[in-house]
Ligand binder design. Structure first.
Ligand code: FE2
Length: 487
């Protein structure tokens, strides 16, 4: 019900029953919301039946991969993979579809907000009405040379509009990012030669208040990232200490026993040719051999664990995001208890919704956001949640794949958002969402020193799914060291 409320839709009780009877209620709800054929206020039982009925003659290969439900571990359910198969359209058309998909998905969250009065397509905003609102994508932002006002150019499918943010307006503190979708309240001028003024900005954001699903039985998840297997700076000693801890042979065996799932947020191996002169930093020079070693390392962990991995920019898949899951020839090097899914992906463990994203877009967002740094990735993650998008900026350092559906939109809002890439440890909460940046198992490389990134390695985040409390474990000294207080 919270999911439908967020999308400004009402669900009939009969419809709700049908949804709750389905094996994956949230997945079904998302399909209903995403379908343009079911627009309108009320979700009826009839609408739900339409989505649960098997379609005769439906080709399996034509079904988007994100709607298929894989065999599940008892408490694991895949909600959506960011990656969808390529549409085969010409690149320009494909990008057009991608941005339309982003605009639609984020508009759904903004429509109906009380702080966007007189909401209209840009082409239909009336000067005579005084106040008007639009949902729009930011095209560009510039500052006027003399008075340092800001002019933001926004667009929707109907048109483009230049709007002024005066230097003395509170809105001047807003950093607009290119290609993000915002709601703007505008003061429309009567004079033809004057620009509309931006009065207020609304981002899609996550709801202020939300009931969070938690586990009713003891169950914990271990979050890791950026193993960089194959690098000469892979931290062998700390990894062995982690394996000892998980096997219950160390301090806190009661904690280790409750860990059922491991989530690894990308950069499983160091890869080859990722940055200049990387070969000097490699211990294993063959990428398949790196994954073979990853397989050996993961087999050192207890076989009972359900291990979920997403790729990162060092992994052997297409670097454009969303990235597909690891290909079969690499997957076959890994043990049976490893699930390889796309980057990003949304899944549920014991009903707790988790979004895992490697975090390549930090490379674009950190330079674009005043005060942002690799040392505090959770601040950037808050902005991702406000935008409900993981990587909005097109044409920067993060390559964006022209897929028909924008898989980088954050929907549904997760209970936990985990990233890596920054090679630091970060934990914070934003409107009830636990934000984690899940450290690294590689010590500092010359390349990172050059780029001013100082890693905080060998930290493991253990989250209790009963209450989303966090325990930080430090393996950097080659043994289970200081245990941070649960937060
Ligand atoms: Fe990395």
């Amino acid at each position: 019900m919270a999911y439908f409320a967020e999308h400004h839709r009402i669900v009939e009780s009969g419809a709700l029953h049908l949804i709750l009877e389905s094996p994956h209620p949230l997945l079904l709800s998302r399909r209903i919301i995403e379908s343009s054929s079911s627009s309108g206020g009320v979700v009826t039982a009839e609408v739900v039946r339409h989505f649960t009925r098997p379609t005769i003659g439906e080709s399996r290969s034509a079904a988007p991969r994100n709607l298929e439900i894989p065999p599940t571990a008892a408490s694991y359910a895949l909600i959506a993979e960011g990656f969808t198969p390529v549409s085969g359209a010409a690149p320009m058309e494909a990008f057009e579809r991608l941005f339309q998909s982003r605009f639609e998905a984020l508009s759904r969250l903004l429509r109906g907000r009380p702080d966007l009065p007189n909401l209209r397509p840009i082409a239909e905003l009336r000067r005579s009405e005084g106040v008007g609102s639009a949902i729009a994508m930011v095209r560009d932002v510039r500052q006027t040379a003399e008075k340092h006002h800001v002019i933001v150019r926004i667009e929707d499918a109907s048109g483009t509009l230049e709007a002024l943010v005066p230097r003395d307006s509170p809105v001047i503190r807003t950093t607009f990012l290119p290609d993000e979708v915002v709601g703007v309240r505008l003061m429309m001028p009567r004079e033809r030669d004057r620009l509309a003024r931006v009065d207020a900005v609304t981002r899609p954001d996550v709801p202020n208040v939300r009931q969070h699903t938690t586990s009713s039985r003891p169950c914990r998840v271990l979050f890791l990232s950026d193993l960089h297997i194959g690098s000469r700076s892979f931290l062998d000693g700390p990894w062995n200490a982690l394996a000892r801890f998980l096997a219950g042979g160390d301090a806190r065996p009661e904690l280790a026993r409750e860990i059922e799932h491991v989530v690894i947020a990308g950069d499983l191996v160091d890869g080859i040719g990722i940055y200049p002169n990387q070969e000097r930093d490699l211990a294993i020079h063959d990428v398949v051999e790196q994954y073979r070693e990853l397989g050996r390392r993961l087999r050192e962990l207890p076989g009972r664990l359900n291990i979920i991995v997403v790729p990162g920019n060092h992994d052997a898949v297409c670097p454009a995001e969303p990235q597909p899951a690891l290909p079969e020839e690499i997957r076959s090097e890994l043990p049976e208890n490893v699930r390889s899914i796309a980057n990003p992906s949304t899944f549920a463990l014991e009903g707790v919704v988790i979004e895992a994203y490697h975090g390549r877009s930090f490379d674009d967002l950190i330079p674009a956001l005043p005060g942002a740094s690799y040392a505090r990735p959770t601040e950037v993650m808050k902005r991702m949640l406000q935008m409900r998008h993981l990587a909005p900026i097109y044409g920067g350092r993060t390559p964006i794949a022209p897929l028909p559906r924008d898989g980088l939109v954050i929907d549904p809002a997760p209970e936990i958002l985990v990233t890596g890439h920054a090679h630091t440890f970060g934990a914070d909460r934003y409107k009830g969402v636990l934000l984690l940046n899940a450290s690294t198992w590689q010590s500092e490389t010359d390349y990172q020193r050059m780029r001013n990134i100082s890693p905080v390695p060998a930290q493991a985040a253990v989250v209790d799914l009963r209450d989303l409390s966090l325990t930080r474990l430090d393996f950097s000294q080659g043994d289970l060291g200081e245990i941070g207080a649960p937060t």
